[in-house]
Design a protein around this ligand. Structure first.
Ligand code: ADP
Length: 639
């Protein structure tokens, strides 16, 4: 069976617990990291899609804004006024210029464009839609501008620039004007300057940072507005100055370098925006990562870039990671709990099985032991029965022995009894003969007197025979209250003649009704007869013959009756073997050596005993121990 201190195993045994905890933490960490990564990836994908959508909208807006007027220069080429003006040498142009100006103004009003003008082959403005304003472009030299150079060489051009006159940024579309009469020679350049103010307004209204950068790496439009004319990367001073001069009418560019690398930005790259350039962030906030997504604007060498703050993505990824970790933690704990429960249930099941096995074993042992016990009981019962049978046989044998002993005593007494009876018998015979004679003579009175004496004598004979009859009767032992003095008297009566003949002085020191024993009267009488017979035998040769009976209280609520004689007494050997069966010092035919053995057995049957010792003045003393009757005389007399 399991010892009580053997506990049911827990989920993790002690040496493995730190390892298990470390493993669980590792799993949780892994779950957190993987979830963070997956969520971040998903967030980035989503953000990229949103940014792309935003790019689409912005690009479409810019495109429609800048390309709205792209076809106007072609229309200008078709104007006869313009062609005439350009075919005419400079000095003759004055009158023609007005017509061309009117045409351009009308066209511009009709289209709502900001400015349309025509340059001659030297780059001078010869006609302009804004001729009506005082700060018009008429006469200004725009030959330095890159679009002119391209268009003058026969290639249409478009780009962002700031004009020197109004210092107004705009998008310039330039197209060569060819003269079919001069073999399609370029005779001038038609230019439309479209304002991007409308776009600028929309840009500034948008929340996420965005910018448009031209092929020189100069930011043309931006939200936040302070990024305008910044460069993406730091550039050489001379290059910046050249760009400023050619394209921006001396307006300084590249004073701020954003240090943004847009390589791979078409697919989206993570860039870190410098804090001091970002108006949307609190000054104390550190540089944060942004997703930069760029796209080339169709028809222009521009790139449009939007920046999306990655904070929501990282926050969401962190939240997802925390949730996944917590869920995994709960799952782990749940699994641990289930495992624990399973182990506990198994432990209980094992304990129950062991208990059942122990119970079965116990039952088997009990059954085996019970069988042994019932065998032993049967054996004992058999033994008891055998003993009872043996006891019955013994008792029967004892009874037979007692009877034999009694008959032996009676045999010894037979002579005396015969003598006792012969005397009254003779007298009866004589008296009855005399009575018959007296009756014949008619002396009825004397005959009656004789017969009365006969009656007395018969009574006397009955008195002699009566006790003998009682003594000789074979009866089972039945305990009753017995007066010890009367029992002694009855035994002495049987030896009356012998006592007289041997001249024995009997001293019975016990008062009648003073000691009441609890035994069978007949058996006690036999014991006493046996003791008195032995005493008379022992005193046969003694000069003094004295037989003393005395009684006194003994241990165990018993009475001790002593029978002391003045006979030969015991030799040491006799005293040692006295109670052994067939020990006798008498002549063959005079004693069997069973008297004392039987006497002691009889007394022990009653709960008494028989002891022997040498009397102080010589002779022998026997002590008969008898249980006392519960009914004792009221006044106890001590011996
Ligand atoms: P039995 O009388 O047939 O010999 P008992 O058993 O009665 O058998 O006595 C055994 C012996 O004990 C006697 O033979 C005798 O030697 C001794 N004995 C018994 N009573 C006395 C006595 N009162 N005085 C001396 N010896 C005795």
């Amino acid at each position: 069976m399991r010892e009580p201190d053997q506990t049911i195993p827990v989920a993790l045994s002690r040496p493995h617990r730190p390892l298990g905890i470390a493993l669980a933490l590792l799993v949780l960490l892994l779950v957190g990291v993987l979830t963070y990564r997956a969520s971040e990836r998903h967030g980035l994908r989503q953000m990229r899609a949103e940014a792309s959508h935003q790019l689409d909208i912005l690009a479409a807006a810019i495109d429609s804004e800048v390309t709205r007027h792209a076809a106007i220069p072609s229309a200008v080429e078709l104007s006869p006024d313009v062609l005439t003006l350009l075919r005419t040498p400079e000095e003759g142009q004055d009158t023609l210029q007005a017509a061309a100006n009117h045409f351009l103004q009308r066209l511009n009003d009709h289209l709502g464009g900001p400015a349309i003008f025509v340059l001659d082959t030297r780059g001078r403005v010869v006609a302009s839609s804004d001729w009506i304003f005082s700060d018009n472009l008429l006469g200004s030299d725009l030959s330095y501008m890159p679009f002119f150079r391209a268009a003058a060489s026969g290639v249409p051009a478009r780009h962002y620039a700031v004009d020197k006159v109004r210092h107004e940024p705009g998008y310039f579309f330039a197209q060569p004007i060819r003269d079919e009469t001069q073999d399609w020679k370029v005779i001038g350049v038609a230019v439309v300057k479209s304002s991007i103010r409308e776009s600028e307004r929309r840009w500034l209204g948008q929340e996420a940072p965005a910018l448009i950068v031209d092929n020189n790496g100069i930011v043309l439009l931006a939200s936040p507005p302070e990024w305008r004319y910044a460069t993406l990367q730091a550039q050489g001073q001379s290059q910046l100055e050249r760009i400023s001069r050619d394209q921006y009418a001396g307006q300084p560019v590249g004073e701020i370098a954003l240090e943004i690398n847009l390589a791979g930005a078409d697919e989206g790259v993570v860039v870190s925006l410098p804090r001091h350039l970002r108006s949307d962030m609190a000054p104390q906030a550190g540089a944060r990562p942004y997703l930069a997504l760029a796209r080339n604007l169709p028809g222009a060498a521009w790139r449009i870039v939007v920046f999306s703050d990655l904070r929501p993505v990282t926050v969401q990824a962190a939240t997802h990671a925390a949730l996944a970790t917590a869920a995994s933690g709960c799952l782990l704990l749940g699994l641990l709990y289930l495992n624990q429960r399973r182990r506990l249930a198994r432990g209980r099941e094992e304990a129950r099985a062991m208990l059942e096995a122990a119970n079965r074993e116990l039952e088997q042992k009990v059954t085996a032991r019970t069988a042994d016990l019932s065998d032993a009981v049967t054996h004992l019962q058999r033994e008891v029965a055998e003993r009872q049978r043996a006891e019955q046989t013994l008792r029967a044998a004892q009874d037979e022995l007692v009877q034999a002993a009694k008959l032996a005593v009676l045999g010894q007494m037979a002579t005396g009894i015969t003598h006792e009876l012969s005397q009254p018998l003779g007298a009866i015979r004589t008296l009855s003969a005399n009575a018959a004679e007296f009756m014949r003579r008619g002396d009825g009175a004397t005959a009656e007197k004789n017969l009365a004496i006969v009656g007395q004598l018969a009574e006397q004979m009955g008195g002699i025979i009566g006790p003998l009859k009682t003594f000789a009767r074979k009866s089972p032992a039945v305990s009753a209250a017995v007066d010890v003095a009367l029992a002694v008297d009855a035994a002495l009566f049987l030896f009356e003649q012998r006592l007289r003949k041997q001249n024995v002085a009997v001293d019975r020191q016990i008062e009648a009704n003073s000691w009441i024993a609890w035994c069978d009267r007949n058996r006690l009488q036999q014991v006493l007869v046996n003791l008195i017979g032995n005493a008379l035998d022992a005193m046969a040769e003694s000069p003094v013959r004295r037989l003393v009976f005395a009684a006194q209280a003994a241990d165990g609520g018993r009475v001790a009756l002593s029978v002391t004689d003045s006979g030969s007494g015991f030799s040491a050997t006799a005293l040692e073997h006295l109670f052994e069966p067939f020990f006798t010092t008498k002549q063959p035919g005079e004693g069997l050596g069973l008297g004392l053995t039987i006497s002691r057995d009889i007394l022990r049957d009653f709960g008494g005993d028989l002891l022997a010792e040498s009397a102080p003045q010589g002779g022998a003393r026997f002590i008969v121990l008898l249980p006392r009757s519960p009914q004792q005389p009221t006044t106890e007399v001590s011996a």
